[in-house]
Design a binder for this molecule. Structure first.
Ligand SMILES: [Mn+2]
Length: 326
């Protein structure tokens, strides 16, 4: 790993112009590590542009330098630093743009990373790309200011599920401790990210929670959001971010599902599992996809028809262990 950090440090010495990019629909790690890398380069007197293919969610707008993230500009550049991207497509740049870039640096922690860079700093054991950026900060002995520390803390906080996931190792907590010693305010960061939800959004969550049901001996928990609920609470589809986790949080459930009525008789389905259940198998039955613990698909029909289908799909991946739907 040190060899790769050395190559990156040398590259930064040599070059003057950089583009920093992360994946579309960016999460806290994507945003925090992009801002941190951008800040390091700027402080070193480099020309830096930070791009993202989609706008950053409002709850990350408080982060230092967040206004510097700009929509993706097509065309090549001297050096591209891609963060938290398992493959080049995730950056939003086309493959033809790849040809026009001198050097691509790939810093990531996905096990499925394709090593698409000229320099690849990929560690699937890292809890967040923010942890890798912190390693680089240490490696080059960079003087950390409070803003840089805040950006990296936000990256690690979000990708570890607020220090809850298995990735929360002693080393991660030591890193977090070092970051706190830079004067970071953990409550300021956590409250901005997690506790500034709009009134209407929480009312919508209330309506959604009131629809919670369990099936298949409690192993499947299901909740829904209808168009009428959006109207009553003056909210939009994007307000349902994170709702599905409440279905998964039901004690005894293995899978949580949110059925979201985006158009009349057209539902967007989010599926989450807790442990070993592979819910991507449920999603592909309806033309969707995703990961083992998080997947999604779209199903047309009335609410009851859609529910039936989801319950059927769950029974199916359980090898028909459940004959009854309730
Ligand atoms: Mn990440």
């Amino acid at each position: 790993m040190n060899e790769e950090w050395r190559r990156l440090a040398e590259l930064i010495q040599r070059r003057t112009s950089f583009v920093v990019v992360s994946h579309k629909n960016p999460d806290g790690d994507a945003i925090g590590s992009s801002l941190a890398m951008g800040r390091i380069l700027r402080k070193k007197g480099k020309q830096v542009e930070i791009f993202n293919a989609t706008p950053i969610p409002g709850n990350f707008a408080f982060l230092p330098d967040a206004d510097l993230i700009k929509p993706l500009k097509k065309g090549g550049c001297e050096v591209l630093i891609a963060l938290d991207c398992a493959d080049f497509q995730r950056t939003g740049f086309s493959n033809s743009v790849r040809e026009e870039i001198d050097v691509v640096v790939n810093i990531d922690h996905h096990g499925t990373n394709t090593h698409f860079g000229d320099i690849n700093i990929v560690d699937s054991n890292a809890a967040a790309v923010g942890c890798l950026v912190w390693q680089f900060v240490k490696y080059i002995d960079f003087p950390v200011d409070k803003n840089l520390a805040t950006q990296i803390y936000a990256a690690i906080l979000t990708d570890t599920g607020s220090f809850r996931y298995l990735s929360t190792t002693p080393k991660v907590l030591r890193t977090a401790a070092e970051i706190l010693e830079c004067g970071v305010n953990p409550w300021h960061i956590a409250s901005n990210i997690y506790e500034e939800r709009r009134f209407g959004t929480l009312k919508l969550l209330g309506f959604a929670l009131s629809t919670l049901e369990t099936y298949c001996d409690g192993k499947l928990a299901l909740m829904c959001v209808t168009r009428e609920m959006y109207k009553k609470t003056n909210t939009q589809t994007k307000s349902t971010e994170g709702f599905v986790n409440f279905a998964r949080a039901v004690k005894g459930s293995e899978v949580g599902v949110l059925l979201r009525e985006d158009e009349p008789s057209f539902f967007k389905i989010s599926i989450r599992s807790k442990g070993s259940v592979d819910v991507s198998r449920m999603a592909v039955m309806f033309g969707g996809g995703g990961h083992k613990n998080a997947s999604g698909c779209e199903i047309s029909g009335s609410l009851n028809e859609v529910k039936e289908k989801v319950v059927w799909a769950f029974s199916k991946i359980n090898d028909g262990r459940y004959s009854s739907h309730r």
